[in-house]
Write a protein of this length. Structure first.
Length: 254
């Protein structure tokens, strides 16, 4: 049974009764013009090269690990990483910075990224130092078995894919029944070369959240980054540019 959700959910137009989502669908987003994947991936890799040099030619540091730990624990609404002990944990759209280094008690830590092999070429020593397995995902297929992952994080990554419905289906597929989905989404942002999806609440519901059991849903308008989530001082109205944080479980029937 889903837990009672706070009033702030009403402000983003979400309510679930008897497992059925009651949500006035927003207009479908405009179709994104086709972009060559090579150009998009080169742009993303150039960003990470700049970050690598800015961090002293490394991606492993106590500061980076602490950043991901604070952020991901806040998304998960957990005080410590103990809930990951003995679990298979994955981060979809992980980047090359070691986003799961902070969870050494996990049974297995998997970074899923379309550029995983490029990261291994560009930053080999850094990648090998993270204690993670980096797996290359295509734009439509995650190369993991079905019902495999206990906890799947994703942090502002799903709007980077070209086929949003397909990737949502794959995310659902690889999580085990009863497993956790913990995600952050950018809402109602204009698309660009590296982020070809303009995600809205209705699309996220239709392709992802309607297939999961929502445990918590928080939304905040843009302007202060993720800080409102960390302080609990969130404000948001449907259709605004903002962020959503979701914690959900995969039902046994999914």
């Amino acid at each position: 049974m889903q837990q009672a959700l706070p009033d702030r959910l009403g402000r983003v137009g979400r309510l679930k009764v008897g497992g059925r989502a009651l949500l006035k669908r927003l207009p479908e987003p405009a179709k994104v013009p086709l972009r060559r994947l090579r150009g998009k991936h080169n742009e993303e890799l150039a960003f990470w090269r700049e970050q690598f040099e800015a961090n002293g030619a490394r991606f492993s540091s106590a500061e980076t690990s602490a950043y991901y730990e604070r952020l991901m624990l806040a998304m998960a609404e957990e005080p410590t990483a103990d809930f990951l002990a003995g679990k298979i944990v994955a981060d979809f759209g992980c980047g090359p910075r070691g986003s799961l280094v902070w969870a050494p008690n996990a049974l297995l830590r998997i970074g899923i990224d379309v550029l995983a092999d490029r990261y291994a070429d560009e930053f080999p020593n850094t990648i090998r130092s993270h204690g993670m397995i980096y797996v290359k995902s295509t734009e439509k297929i995650i190369p993991l078995p079905s019902d495999f992952v206990d906890v799947l994080f994703t942090l502002n990554a799903i709007d980077h894919v070209d086929d949003f419905p397909a990737m949502c289906s794959e995310i659902i597929r690889v999580i085990r029944p009863g497993g956790l989905f913990i995600g952050s989404f950018n809402l109602n942002e204009p698309w660009n070369l590296t982020e070809p999806q303009r995600l809205n609440e209705a699309d996220i519901d239709l392709h992802l959240l309607d297939h999961l059991d929502i445990r918590s849903y928080r939304a905040s308008r843009q302007g202060q980054g993720y800080e409102p989530f960390l302080t609990g001082d969130t404000e948001y109205e449907p259709g605004e540019t903002g962020y959503a944080w979701v914690k959900a479980t995969k039902p046994a029937s999914a």
